[in-house]
Design a protein. Structure first.
Length: 649
């Protein structure tokens, strides 16, 4: 960045004050967007890693005071470090004296010493990094502070925006307050922890089992030893509530205007939307094509990973809020979007998911015994007879392919082989899933793709595979190349294709809703609103196959927009959305950071699991969950990595 007047970000000082703009030294180790909102240029930023100043018009003392107020507000709920809480208050009292014209140089010295004391005494990043920019301001803007002592300081009319985040919170698609709910587990306040999770997510037991865990990939504890088991701690508090035979009690706070909303699709996006609209007192009816609610949670994730009673319990808790779920209702057959409008629904949320599959367009693909992985998992979940035969080949290298292979093994297949284009290192399936499949004696053949399926009497008997010489091009786009002379033939009873998800054919019957070029429903990615202002869309149907927690986040966004629509309020990005965009540039997590907190190395707690020999013929849940002592001990490993940032615009 060549427009920065001053930066101390990351401890690297770039001071361009007094220079002509063309002579500015560039700040190239951090990115700061030009705008926060479209009409709000970022003039300055103060945060956990320093100060960035773009305009000399910014009052550095005002910026410091606003930043201190936010840190103080967020330090008050924590009683772990007494001086952290009192120190922020004492610093603000110094600023009161400055603005009242009563401060002295001794007060500035106290401001510095108290900031250093907070850093020294603090046990989390509110204390360890929060005072850093204050100390930098006192050092590099000393003249501004001394000038303020000459008389009563005048307040400026600068506009400020502040945000509390953490690396794990920022990485979480639904932005759970992870340090808070983990801290409550540490204090054995399990019900309170669950309440924090449910502020945003109604599926703690489900997501606590099947999340993709981006939070753990951004956990600062990994910079010391191993990431916190954030997902499993979420599961623990949900399971603890079940063990106590307790039901969640939701506090309904009706909006000024409530309406009648139809939600099409009872998957994680639709049910999360229903949950948040229900909390606002709206009247919700959910229409689901399948005979059960839950979407892919119900028919796409094997029971060994997500037991059906866990899902049904959480769906039931949402129903108990007064939400109606109608199963066996197919869009385009049993009802239409326009028909819902006629029936008096004020808004519609489309969350139909992706329950179809991709084809290979390979010779012999229509032979009996060549089946869809998505349909195989669905039929298995619904209890239909899906005897796979003795020899099963699963085509694909993602999580769905692994789920299919492990399910086929449990259903009696003697030999299960996964064949995929990717090398072992390139496989998109999670490492833990691949390792689990290997433990269950599922064979993996990497670097091959189907050339043709051959059979006898209309049924597949063999698959001819060709070697894949590359999967991705130089820009990491899927663009496979093959060696047609390097072939291998495998005998088979059943071939299960797990090469991606798509919308089912009746998806196209959604009338008057525009589609994006890639075939999804076209909706605003922030508000979920479509070109029809009363129709909203989200989840996999809009952006393609993603994770459960991303679908839930989409449903929550839609609920916010629908509530605003029903209350005749403007629909658009809010401050949280703008901060999300900011944090894409201003990285909240630094994998190379050397953690300065005094942390004793401690291994991550591991859950007990069923042994491979017990898994092969049973859909019993593999992971057994944390015991209470292990959950508390794991929560104690959390470094409580909150970060505060304040912008001047």
């Amino acid at each position: 960045m060549n427009d920065i007047v001053f930066s101390s970000w990351g401890g690297r000082i770039v001071d361009n004050r007094g220079k002509e703009p063309q002579a500015y030294d560039s700040v190239d180790h951090v990115e700061l967007p030009e705008h926060f909102k479209e009409d709000g240029k970022i003039k300055a930023l103060m945060g956990w890693d320093g100060i960035i100043l773009r305009s000399t018009e910014v009052d550095i003392l005002d910026l410091c005071r606003t930043y201190l107020e936010v840190n103080y507000a967020h330090s008050k709920p924590c009683d772990k470090c007494n001086y952290c809480k009192t120190g922020w208050q004492e610093q603000l009292e110094v600023f009161e004296d400055i603005y009242g014209g009563e401060a002295t140089e001794e007060d500035l010295e106290f401001l510095e010493s108290s900031a250093e004391a907070i850093v020294d005494a603090g046990k989390c990043t509110i204390g360890k990094s929060g005072p850093v920019p204050i100390l930098q301001a006192l050092k590099y803007f000393a003249d501004d502070f001394l000038q303020a002592l000459t008389g009563k300081k005048t307040e400026t009319s600068q506009t400020y925006y502040s945000k509390l985040t953490a690396p794990c919170m920022n990485a979480c698609p639904i932005h759970l307050d992870i340090p808070r709910y983990v801290e409550l587990i540490k204090d054995a306040k399990f019900a309170d922890s669950l309440e924090v999770i449910r502020e945003r997510l109604p599926f703690p037991g489900c997501v606590g089992r099947v999340c993709i865990r981006p939070c753990e990939e951004h956990c600062r504890r990994a910079n010391v030893d191993e990431a916190i088991a954030i997902m499993s701690l979420k599961r623990f508090v949900a399971d603890h509530e079940l063990s106590q035979n307790k039901k969640p009690e939701y506090q309904i706070a009706p909006s000024e205007n409530t309406g009648k909303v139809a939600i099409i699709g009872a998957g994680p996006a639709g049910m999360t939307c229903a949950y948040h609209l229900g909390l606002k007192g709206h009247r919700i009816t959910v229409f689901e094509k399948l005979p059960v609610a839950g979407g892919m949670l119900a028919v796409g994730i094997p029971r060994y990973a997500l037991p059906s009673d866990i899902l049904s319990n959480e769906i039931g808790a949402i129903e108990a809020m007064g939400i109606t779920i109608k199963t066996g209702m197919s869009l385009g057959k049993d009802f239409t979007v326009e028909g819902l409008r006629t029936e008096g629904f004020d808004a519609v949320f489309l969350s139909t998911g992706l329950h179809g599959d991709h084809r290979l367009d390979v010779e012999g693909e229509d032979l009996k015994g060549v089946i869809s992985g998505i349909r195989f998992l669905r039929d298995t979940a619904l209890g239909k007879a899906v005897g796979p035969g003795n020899r099963v080949i699963v085509v694909g290298g993602g999580n769905v392919a692994v789920d299919v292979a492990r399910s086929a093994k449990r259903l009696g297949a003697g030999e299960v082989t996964m064949v995929c284009l990717e090398s072992r290192e390139e496989m998109p399936a999670w490492t833990r899933e691949i390792e689990g499949a290997a433990e269950e004696k599922i064979r993996m053949v990497n670097g091959f793709g189907p050339r043709e399926f051959s059979g006898k009497d209309g049924r597949v008997t063999h698959v001819v595979f060709k070697r894949c010489t590359r999967v991705f091009d130089e820009k990491n786009r899927f663009d496979p190349r093959y060696d047609e002379t390097d072939l291998q033939t495998m005998p088979v009873d059943t071939v299960i294709l797990a090469i991606g998800q798509s919308a089912e054919p009746d998806f196209a019957k959604i009338q008057d809703i525009p589609f994006s070029p890639d075939g999804g429903l076209r909706a605003d990615p922030i508000t979920c609103q479509t070109d029809l202002d009363w129709v909203f869309a989200g989840g996999d149907a809009t952006y393609g196959p993603e994770s459960v927690v991303e679908a839930a986040a989409s449903g929550r966004k839609a609920a916010v927009s629908i509530d605003r629509f029903l209350n005749n309020l403007p629909i658009g990005p809010d401050n949280d959305d703008y901060f999300n965009k900011l944090f894409e540039s201003l990285k909240v997590y630094n994998p190379d950071e050397k953690v300065k907190q005094k942390v004793e190395v401690s291994a991550r707690k591991q859950m007990n699991s069923l042994g491979p020999e017990k898994r092969e013929s049973s859909f019993d849940e593999i992971e057994q969950g944390f015991s209470t002592p292990d959950a508390v001990a794991e929560a104690e490993r959390c470094l409580r990595c909150y970060r505060v940032v304040t912008l001047a615009v």
